[in-house]
Each structure stands twice: as structure tokens, then as C-alpha cells.
Design a protein around this ligand. Structure first.
Ligand SMILES: *Cc1c(COP(=O)(O)O)cnc(C)c1O
Length: 389
């Protein structure tokens, strides 16, 4: 019997122990014990699924992975200490020196640094297509291309990319399509349905949802996950069982939290769009979003993140942030607390002005991660901060 997403988020659970706990217990142990030499040999030979050492697997990390894989419609998955651990582990496990990546130009700041600064050290180069014209991606494919990489919606521009198009393109050229699904969560969008081979999550964001712990997960095709698992197991980026326990508990409330995030975000996006001191607003479920129709096709709701530009450039942007009273000035997102971020001076400050402009990060751009406070209180704080600029 196949359950709905809300049910999977709660009922995908590890086997109960002899103590019959209702809520999943925390298994803080670095290693697991064997009865005899034969049992130990069989475990290491992987003849039976069994925990050996928590750098490999642990009941808490396995539960989190199973839950996200189930919701994403994936065959299997691996967990990592952070979202960036998942991005790096996925690239490093699947690519050889001399391989090539085709990536959307607009990606998370650290992912951008990884592609431009670190992967080239191992002779892995990346070509970029604009999020506004993903059909450019086909022209960038070379004989040594192995992976197509994208986020949708993108961080921080909240652009929406056509997953079906990218899925078909990857299949036509026999490439691996990797999608960072952080902004949408497994509840709003399942990229595998549209042809993605692997899906990455920074569990730090909406999956935790309360800004407590870091974590990352890659889910997808079994044979690819096997390679990524072996890389992760031997290179030491394991997710702590404690963090996995928190994250798996958080998943139980992900659908109700995300429903509220989305409801408030749409209201606030409409408010900002009508505000005279706001030049533009980007939110996937606003009719003015350039990919509104596409967003409606591949996402069930618009998500919790809004991008907008205040009138008056850098100095007005700075004034806006200094006028904020309740909302948090932070670089995190997907928290119960509403957060305002200035990408040009923080998360994307490592990019040159030209690179920033190419991905739509203007000096006056604000990223708003809508939290779970009452939407009127969020709106009042935004309104008074905008009034004063
Ligand atoms: C935060 C984020 C990451 C990185 O996750 P960490 O858990 O901070 O390492 C990757 N992709 C996107 C889209 C993010 O927002």
C-alpha cells in the first residue's frame, strides 16, 4: 500500500527494538558488536544488511535516508554531515579527472566555489548555462560531459528550471542529471518524476526547519548511490546519528510546516509586489514570475523563499536591513524564524560583480526566507523597514 507524502514523512521508521519504543530512539554508538567470527565476516562481505560502524551506516541515519528516498520516489540514498558534503560526495564519487559538468549558472555560493575553484584542481571543468535559457545546455555538452547539475528553485534568485526538459536532455545524451532540491523539499517537488537521476538536499534548511543542526542527503538510482555510498563511507563525511535523529523527527512535521511557510510566503510576496519601494518580486507562485506556469506544473506550492529588490540600490538595501526590528539578519534559510539576507554582501560576495549580475543578484536584492511567525507580524516589520528607506 503506497502512502501519501504526509504519511511517509511520519511512518517511514526503523524497526522497533526489544523495548518497543513508539518514537524512534537515538542510537549514539560509534560501532556495532558481533556474536562470532562468522557473523562479522558475513557483515563485512555485505551478505546481510547490518550496521558495522557509524561512519558506514547507523539506524538513525538509515531512517532519515529511507524517509527522504521514499518521499522522493528514489531507490536508495546516502547521508552526509552537511549539504555541501552531499554535493561534493556526489561529484567526487561519480567523476574522474578529465570529466566535465554542465551546470546552471545560478547555484548556491559554496557550490559555485566548488565548481570554479576546487574541482578544476582535479581537472574537472564546468560549463554554465543561463537559467533563463536552459536550451543553451545542449550546446555545452562535450564528449567528456558526465553530469548536468541544477537547482530549482535557485538560491538566491528563485528562478525555476524545467525539470522535464533537463531530464529528457540527460537521457538523450546518456548523462546523469543531479538536482539540488533544497528550496522545494521532498514535499513540494520530486525531481525523479521528471527524469532526475539523483536528488540532493541540504537537510540543514527546511528539513530541520528550526535552525539547529546541519545535514545532507543524496538519493536516487541504486547503482549511482552505491558509488556515492562507498566514497562517503571511506572518506569520512558521515552524518552524526544525533543530527539524523533530530532531522528524522523534524521530517514528521515537514508537510504541515511547509504548508504554513508557503501560505505566508504567497501573502507576503503579494504585499511586496504592491509596495511602491519594491522594484520587483520573484516568487514561483506569483503570476508575474517568468516561469509561473512551469512552477505550477512541477511544484505543488511556491515554497518559502522570496527574492525582491528594494528601490535605491546598495545604500537603500543597507538602510532596509538596519531598519529591520524583528526579523533575523542571517544567512540561513528554511527556519521557523523569518530571515532576511543580502546575497551581494554575504553568500554571493565571492562572485565578481559581472558574475553576480549574470545570475541576477543585484546590489538591492533581498532574499526573504519566510518563517512561521504570524504573517501580519512579518509584514508589519517589512512595511516599517521599507517606509524608512
Ligand atoms: C544551504 C544550501 C546548500 C548547502 O548546505 P549545507 O547544509 O549548508 O552544507 C546547498 N544547496 C542549497 C540550495 C542550499 O541552500
Amino acid at each position: 500500500m503506497s502512502h501519501k507524502l504526509e504519511t511517509k514523512a511520519i511512518r517511514t521508521q526503523m524497526e522497533r527494538s526489544q523495548f518497543s519504543e513508539h518514537s524512534t530512539p537515538l542510537h549514539l554508538t560509534s560501532s556495532f558488536v558481533f556474536e562470532d567470527a562468522e557473523e562479522m565476516r558475513a557483515a563485512f562481505a555485505e551478505e546481510k544488511k547490518r550496521n558495522i560502524y557509524s561512519r558506514f551506516t547507523n539506524p538513525n541515519t538509515s531512517e532519515l535516508v529511507a524517509k527522504i528516498a521514499d518521499m522522493e520516489g528514489a531507490e536508495d540514498g546516502v547521508s552526509f554531515a552537511t549539504g555541501m558534503g552531499a554535493v561534493f560526495g556526489t561529484f567526487a564519487a561519480l567523476l574522474n579527472s578529465g570529466d566535465h559538468i554542465v551546470s546552471a549558472r545560478s547555484v548556491f555560493g559554496s557550490t559555485h566555489s566548488m565548481l570554479t575553484k576546487f574541482l578544476p584542481k582535479w581537472n574537472i571543468e564546468t560549463s554554465y548555462f543561463d537559467v533563463a535559457s536552459p536550451q543553451q545546455a545542449e550546446d555545452l555538452i562535450q564528449p567528456n560531459t558526465k553530469i548536468i547539475y541544477a537547482e530549482t528553485p535557485t538560491n538566491p534568485g528563485v528562478d525555476v528550471l524545467d525539470l522535464r526538459y533537463l531530464g529528457d536532455l540527460a537521457q538523450k545524451h546518456n548523462l546523469i542529471l543531479v538536482i539540488d532540491n533544497c528550496f522545494a523539499t521532498p514535499y513540494l517537488q520530486q525531481p525523479i518524476k521528471f527524469g532526475a537521476d539523483l536528488v540532493i538536499h541540504s537537510a540543514t534548511k527546511l528539513i530541520d526547519g528550526q535552525g539547529r543542526v546541519l545535514g545532507g542527503v543524496t538519493v536516487g538510482k541504486k547503482d549511482l548511490i552505491r558509488e556515492i555510498y562507498l566514497f562517503a563511507r571511506n572518506t569520512g563525511s558521515a552524518l552524526s546519528p544525533f543530527n539524523a535523529w533530530i532531522l528524522s523527527k523534524s521530517m514528521e512535521t515537514l508537510p504541515v510546516r511547509v504548508d504554513r511557510h508557503c501560505q505566508s510566503a504567497l501573502t507576503l510576496a503579494e504585499f511586496l509586489e504592491s509596495h511602491p519601494k519594491v522594484n520587483w518580486v520573484k516568487y514561483p507562485f506569483l503570476k508575474s514570475h517568468p516561469e509561473y506556469e512551469l512552477a505550477k506544473k512541477q511544484m505543488s506550492q511556491g515554497g518559502s523563499i522570496i527574492a525582491f529588490e528594494v528601490e535605491g540600490g546598495l545604500s537603500a538595501g543597507r538602510d532596509f536591513f538596519d531598519n529591520i526590528k524583528m526579523l533575523s539578519l542571517s544567512s540561513n534559510l528554511g527556519d521557523s524564524r523569518t530571515i532576511v539576507t543580502h546575497p551581494a554582501s554575504t553568500t554571493h560576495s565571492k562572485l565578481s560583480l559581472t558574475d553576480r549580475e549574470a545570475v541576477g543578484i543585484t546590489d538591492g536584492m533581498v532574499r526573504l526566507s519566510v518563517g512561521l511567525e504570524h504573517p501580519e507580524d512579518i509584514q508589519n516589520d517589512l512595511a516599517q523597514a521599507l517606509e524608512k528607506i
